[in-house]
Design a protein around this ligand. Structure first.
Ligand code: ACM
Length: 760
């Protein structure tokens, strides 16, 4: 009796200070349906485990016992009647969707039920997250117990493909690290680990038929990216190359590493117990330098080498290529139980094919008109070979540049080629989303907000074709991640936003509540020693244009919970005496420069968010392009220059429209109007090849045929200016006209970038 009173006292103290007191269960991803109930279940060493699984859940039961062992130093005792203080695993004869489960907790029982092992596994992961947040109450060491809130959860994933890709070629990661990722992925109900096993910079998988591939191809002299990392390592040791990956050979230091087939088998087994599928990628026919350096006869030139941007690919017109690939893929298919093998097909520079006699002959024989058809023919042959092994292929989205068969799974990465999702699904191909913005986590600049709101990307595919979307994955390209800490830092906590975006249905996703749940999960990451950045103070201005009300609305999103935000509308730096942002949209009907920041710890915190907004006369007016924009930077396409949406300091934010030609456009104001002025911002950022135009020239017309020059504005930013520069080109007009022509001279043949033609 005395003991019970003691426990209750602790419970009360705990509940009032726990996550549960806030009625926000600390779960990521948020379950599809949660019903919170009164009371708690007390999990202790006295709790019994009952399993009614008809033999189906033995692995999951063993996994649960391992978890209990970490809490209580031993598994739960089996048996009992389950009427009081029991964890019950029950096979359900109801049919649950793939990955679906129920978790019912009352004061007497924790019941995990599903019709399949995967569902029970995810029920255990939900329970684990509750246990972590329940904390641990101790009485004299032996008598540990945890309070779990009573609830009922009915849950299943929104998407079947919930993944992470790790590039282990550019930098190598140990098997132990991959196991740690499997643990983390499964904790957040992610189920695919895609390994980019081969690339120009290293071959990482043992192929028994070709031992040279790893004896030589897994090792390289330090390259430019290694040097850049070592330089950064002077300030941050996480950028130093992992010393386990450095060997000395004939007096040279070499970087590398590879996985033996036995090691991969062990990883695959470990992952399968956690319902994570390891999906291998052998990138072909490009990105093959590590192999071609050893077998140069596999390229059309008989040499390993570099083209303008990418390495010479395998020759698709040479039988030796297919012999080699079938030998390699035969071993890969036998090793990995995954239904999928990713065969790359990205960034293939095809000049060596166009110049090769063998390819010219093959093209003639097959009646091909372009080199892309050679690539499709190559892909079809590999796909056919793998189909005989019971495998489906995945390819990067470049394959859609030709007509392809619907059996290819498309991995969509080039977010600047906006038509990819629509084109893929219209053709009947299944698609996995990894748009580089925001899912290339190797880029440091993508924030949690667009990852969490990935649905807007899925919506690019027509509604009736949505079932062809398999899901999404993040990608880590490891050039800038030479250590496991550096990779963790890129993956977390962004993976958690993705986990919720692909698991939780729309009606159970809520950004503000996610931020609160994430705060609990950051504690878990710390406990597991997962390196991650602190939550940022960066604000994300979300801008919408209300053409009816003739104003622009600005919402300021961020990762902090209930932050204090101040802003100005004249571009000046905000202070605590500026406008206080109340969480609702700011409405601007004329012209303003919003400058906003979060106030915390007694001062305004960097970075400042600054964005010009103008509700000007040309908003919503049609624009005719005499020369199209460059397909890599379409921004809002034909409405980009009059949609009221202005670019930020990031050239690839989706608001800057790019041209490698002159710009030659005409705005139709749809009636003669007084035009007082026109201005346009241009960006210079020499890294990605963006320069100022030499000048812009503005002309007016009544009829859209005869134009009269109004003004010319010349550039004064030198091409040698390497720092990001945004320059306004503007002029007074003060004339009535219906048509406004804007011509911007591209002097360099590189990109010119503008975001909006602002007409007053
Ligand atoms: C890729 O980023 N080249 C798939």
């Amino acid at each position: 009796m005395k003991r019970r009173i003691f426990i209750l006292t602790l419970c009360v103290v705990f509940v009032s200070s726990s996550a549960f007191g806030q009625k926000v269960l600390p779960l990521v991803p948020n379950p599809a349906k949660t019903e919170q109930k009164k009371g708690t279940f007390i999990l202790s060493q006295e709790t019994r485990l009952l399993v009614y699984d008809e033999g189906a859940f033995s692995k999951e039961t063993a996994y649960l016992q391992q978890i209990m062992q970490t809490i209580f130093a031993r598994g739960l005792s089996l048996g009992g009647d389950g009427s009081k203080n029991a964890v019950v695993i029950r096979h359900s004869s109801d049919s649950f969707p793939a990955g679906g489960y129920r978790l019912d907790i009352n004061e007497k029982q924790i019941l995990l039920s599903s019709s399949h092992p995967e569902g029970i596994f995810y029920a255990i992961q939900t329970l684990r997250q509750l246990l972590f947040s329940a904390g641990r109450q101790e009485k004299q060491g032996a008598e540990s117990f945890l309070n779990i809130p009573c609830l009922s959860i009915t849950d299943s994933p929104a998407f079947e493909w919930r993944g992470l890709m790790l590039d282990v070629s550019r930098h190598f990661f140990s098997i132990e690290y991959l196991k740690k990722q499997v643990d983390m992925l499964s904790y957040y109900k992610m189920n695919k680990l895609h390994l980019h096993l081969t690339d120009d910079q290293g071959w990482r998988i043992e192929i028994k038929k070709y031992p040279e591939l790893t004896q030589q191809g897994a090792w390289r002299r330090f390259n430019r990216q290694d040097s850049a990392c070592m330089e950064m390592g002077k300030a941050n040791p996480d950028f130093l190359l992992d010393p386990r990956c450095i060997i000395s050979q004939n007096g040279n230091l070499l970087y590398g590493g590879f996985y033996s087939q036995d090691e991969l088998k062990e990883l695959i087994q470990y992952a399968s117990e956690r319902h994570v599928e390891i999906v291998p990628e052998i990138d072909m026919p490009g990105h093959m330098m590590a192999a071609i350096s050893i077998f140069p006869e596999l390229s059309c030139t008989g040499l390993a080498g570099w083209g303008d941007t990418f390495s010479h690919p395998l020759c698709p017109c040479n039988e030796a290529t297919f012999d080699f690939l079938e030998n390699v893929l035969g071993e890969v298919a036998a090793l990995f139980p995954s239904r999928f093998i990713h065969i790359g097909l990205d960034e293939v520079e095809k000049n060596t094919w166009e110049e090769s006699e063998a390819c010219k002959n093959l093209m003639k024989e097959k009646g091909f008109e372009k080199a892309e058809q050679l690539q499709t023919c190559f892909m079809n042959r590999i796909q056919g070979y793998l189909a005989m092994k019971g495998k489906e292929v995945i390819a990067w989205d470049e394959v859609l540049e030709d007509d392809i068969n619907p059996g290819v799974n498309i991995l969509f990465w080039r977010d600047w080629v906006g038509e990819v999702p629509r084109k893929a699904v219209q053709n009947g191909n299944r698609i996995i989303f990894a748009p580089s913005s925001p899912l290339y986590f190797s880029r440091r600049d993508s924030s949690l907000y667009p990852i969490y709101h990935l649905q807007s990307k899925f919506d690019e595919a027509p509604q009736d074709k949505q079932p062809l979307i398999r899901g999404a994955q993040a990608c880590i390209w490891a050039e800038g991640a030479p250590s496991e800490n550096a990779a963790d830092y890129l993956i977390y906590p962004r993976l958690l936003a993705l986990a919720e975006a692909v698991w939780t249905p729309g009606n159970a996703r809520n950004w503000d509540l996610f931020k609160q749940r994430l705060a609990h999960q950051l504690r878990y990451l710390d406990t597991e020693q997962v390196k991650h950045p602190a939550q940022t103070y960066a604000l994300i201005p979300l801008i919408s244009v209300d053409q009816k009300g003739k104003n622009i609305r600005v919402k300021l999103e961020n990762e902090q919970i209930n932050p204090l935000i101040y802003y100005t509308t004249d571009g000046s730096i905000p202070t605590e005496r500026s406008h206080r942002y109340n969480g609702r949209e700011i409405t601007i009907s004329g012209s303003a420069e919003i400058c906003a920041a979060i106030y915390d710890k007694g001062s305004i915190q960097p970075p400042l968010a600054s964005r010009p907004v103008d509700y000007h006369k040309a908003i919503g007016k049609p624009v005719t392009y005499h020369i199209p924009w460059h397909k890599a930077y379409p921004a809002g396409r034909e409405s980009a220059l009059t949609d009221g949406l202005r670019g930020s300091h990031r050239h690839n934010d989706g608001f800057w429209q790019g041209f490698t030609t002159d710009i030659d456009v005409v705005i139709d104001m749809q009636a003669p109007v007084l035009i007082k002025s026109l201005s346009a911002m241009f960006m210079q950022l020499t890294g990605p090849g963006i320069y100022m135009p030499e000048y812009i020239e503005v002309s007016l017309s009544e009829d859209g045929v005869r134009f009269e020059k109004s003004f010319t504005a010349c550039n004064d930013v030198p091409e040698t200016e390497r720092a990001l520069t945004i320059r306004k080109f503007s002029g007074e007009i003060n004339k009535k006209a219906r048509y406004v022509k804007v011509f911007a001279k591209n002097k360099t043949g590189h990109f010119i970038f503008t975001d909006e033609l602002v007409v007053y």
